[in-house]
Design a protein. Structure first.
Length: 108
C-alpha cells in the first residue's frame, strides 16, 4: 500500500442519550462518513487518500469532527453537504476549508 498523501479521520463515536459530552453520533457523523466513502468511490483516489473512521477526537461539542493529516487540520460542525468541498479544496487542492476549521485552541 502506497503512503497516502492525506489521511482523513472521521469521528464516528456515539454515546448514550443524555451523556454530558454528547457525541458526533448525534450530530450526523454517520452521514459524513458515508459521504466521504461516496466521494472516494467517485474519485477513485485510493492510492493518494486514506479515510478512516475513528473514536472520539476530543472536541465533541462542535462535532461532527474530521481531522486531516499531515496538516493536522481539525474541522468542526461538518455535515455531509461539506464533504465534497473538503475533498476538492483540501484533499485534492491542498487548500484547507477555512470556514470549517476549528481554532488552534482546540489542541490546548
Ligand atoms: S465524539 Fe466526536 S469528537 Fe468526541
Amino acid at each position: 500500500m502506497p503512503r497516502p498523501e492525506k489521511h482523513v479521520f472521521v469521528c464516528t463515536q456515539s454515546r448514550p442519550a443524555g451523556h454530558p459530552r454528547g457525541s458526533c453520533g448525534e450530530k450526523g457523523c454517520r452521514e459524513v462518513w458515508e459521504a466521504f466513502l461516496d466521494e472516494m468511490e467517485q474519485r477513485q483516489l485510493f492510492d493518494k487518500i486514506a479515510i478512516t473512521n475513528t473514536g472520539c477526537l476530543g472536541p465533541c461539542s462542535v462535532g461532527a469532527n474530521v481531522l486531516v493529516y499531515p496538516e493536522g487540520v481539525m474541522y468542526g460542525k461538518v455535515t455531509a453537504a461539506d464533504v465534497a468541498e473538503i475533498f476538492e479544496s483540501h484533499l485534492v487542492g491542498d487548500a484547507p476549508v477555512t470556514r470549517l476549521q476549528l481554532p488552534a485552541e482546540v489542541w490546548g
